[in-house]
Write a protein that binds this ligand. Structure first.
Ligand SMILES: C[S@@+](CC[C@H](N)C(=O)[O-])C[C@H]1O[C@@H](n2cnc3c(N)ncnc32)[C@H](O)[C@@H]1O
Length: 284
């Protein structure tokens, strides 16, 4: 059963369609003010905007971020809503959490792949198994386009041009990248307690989009999806429920939220600011 919406849409919600479109045209990125992920998806849908990929990276329902009694309903509603605006939908979480949804994928979505992010460098000293993986369900509408050719190296590309490539080897479903802790990825660290490496989202985006395509991350945290999209010349709409994290994205991407005074200024007149406070990673 799908839950009804828990919080109302932001006031003046109709204006966000035009604002999103304008920002996507000028900056390639649109950052919404703090709001619930479901509201973000509704705004996008109401505006008639369609994305090639939607990334859902919620809190994990254990440890950091707390536990929601309605977590299953929340996730299944998010998946159903994401399906109305995107061709591909990625759902992140611990394996034992996302496993629950494999048999309950809302139609018309279907499972494309079970992906794993493998990180060796969890320094936890807890006795027992040291967690070193996050899971991601890659779901899509039937027939949604995949781009394994985006992962070909120069030699393979040359062979392809010569008509000598017999098949296109896609990327592995296990993505290896270090956890952003301590000195690892120091330049990338923002201070968000669950920040994923750009390299991980890079693969999801390259597999499902072409240049100019649109990615939506309605629970964007520090804005990793925006950074990955920007580097790959894709566009992105970002949102998060937290004021603190929206400010973090504003600093990281030098991207004022829609509707703010700064957003109405040309990009060249915006003040850059980048700070990263040391933080305990939530996957530890
Ligand atoms: C695991 S973190 C995302 C990390 C992000 N992918 C990154 O690399 O920085 C989960 C995020 O979901 C946000 N969040 C939790 N519940 C939400 C909701 N109902 N609507 C929107 N955002 C939500 C949290 O504020 C948090 O930033």
């Amino acid at each position: 059963m799908i839950a009804s919406r828990s919080s109302p849409l932001p006031k003046k919600s109709t204006q966000f369609g035009d604002l999103m479109r304008g920002a996507l045209q000028t900056d390639g990125l649109a950052l919404l003010p703090p709001m619930d992920a479901l509201n973000c998806l509704t705004l996008v849908k109401t505006a008639g905007i369609r994305a090639q990929a939607v990334i859902l990276d919620p809190w994990y329902n254990k440890g950091f971020g707390g536990v929601r009694d309605d977590y299953d309903v929340f996730i299944l509603t998010l998946l159903a809503e994401a399906a109305t605006v995107g061709d591909h939908v990625f759902l992140w979480g611990f394996p034992e959490i996302v496993a629950r949804y494999v048999e309950r994928i809302p139609k018309p979505l279907q499972l494309v792949a079970w992906l794993t992010w493998y990180y060796k460098n969890n320094p936890s000293v807890i006795r027992g198994w040291r967690s070193s993986q996050n899971a991601c369900l890659h779901l899509s509408h039937p027939g949604a386009q995949l781009y394994p050719e985006h992962f070909l190296n120069d030699v393979q590309l040359q062979k392809q041009r010569e008509g000598k490539l017999r098949y296109i080897p896609g990327p592995t479903s296990v993505i290896e990248d270090s956890l952003l802790v301590g000195f690892v990825g120091r330049n990338e660290q923002t201070g968000h307690p669950a920040q994923k490496p750009v390299g991980v989202f890079d693969k999801l985006i390259r597999m499902t989009t072409r240049e100019g395509d649109l990615v939506i991350d309605p629970m964007c945290g520090s804005g990793t999806a925006g950074e990955a999209a920007q580097r790959l010349n894709r566009r992105a709409i970002l949102a998060d429920v937290s004021e603190e994290y929206i400010q973090m994205v504003e600093r990281r991407l030098e991207l004022p939220r829609l509707g703010s005074k700064a957003a109405s200024r040309p990009k060249s007149q915006r003040r850059p600011s980048r700070t990263a406070e040391p933080v305990q990673h939530s996957l530890l």
